[in-house]
Design a protein around this ligand. Sequence first.
Ligand code: BG6
Ligand code: MG
Length: 215
Amino acid sequence: MIKGCIFDLDGVIVDTAKYHFTAWRRLGREFGFELTEKQNERLKGVSRMGTLELILDWAGIEKTESEKFEMTERKNVWYRERILEMTESEILEGVMPFLEDLRAKNIPFALGSASKNSIPILNQIGIKDYFVDIIDGNRTTRSKPDPQTFELGAEALNLKPEECIVFEDSQKGIQAALSGGFHAVGIGKQEVLSKAHLVIPNFIGRTFEEIVELL
Ligand code: BG6
Ligand code: MG
């Protein structure tokens, strides 16, 4: 029986991928690399350092550990400038009614995101206190597709993986949910997230019961 939910943040609750993209592209341009939208798709769900390593690999560039650290810090300064301007108007359409529906039905939910900026983002958009717990990149040691993020989320909800739905927009996140034994709902395009148990374009007009039924 499904009793709780775990939500990814970037791409599920807010569309921060566009801000990550702008900041990474700015960094890439410093060494003559033009990040494409298609490449950006592959960066969804990947940790900050993992992302830089992929970009450096695509650009054919090697950097020392301390240079890489400095680059990720700099990218994060640009990214934070943007996210600290976010308001609740950036919550994706359909998300708030869905969360309110869960709350009204006492269905607990947690956040499960790779982002170390999860708490500032949730504060900006005013929904931090909606979550039983916030499992973010500061609390995990293994990145998606490892299921650790969602396992910690299930623990926080006091539920087993098979009792939770994971909502994810990235292929790596769906892989993580599947390998952990969760119900995986993709938010986005069927062709990108085809491995998920169910794919919906967004939360508009959805209810918990309807999604459970479709699984
Ligand atoms: C994920 C995003 O949620 O968080 C990735 O999909 C991002 O694109 C990762 O790299 C880490 O984010 P942050 O905020 O810690 O740099
Ligand atoms: Mg995401």
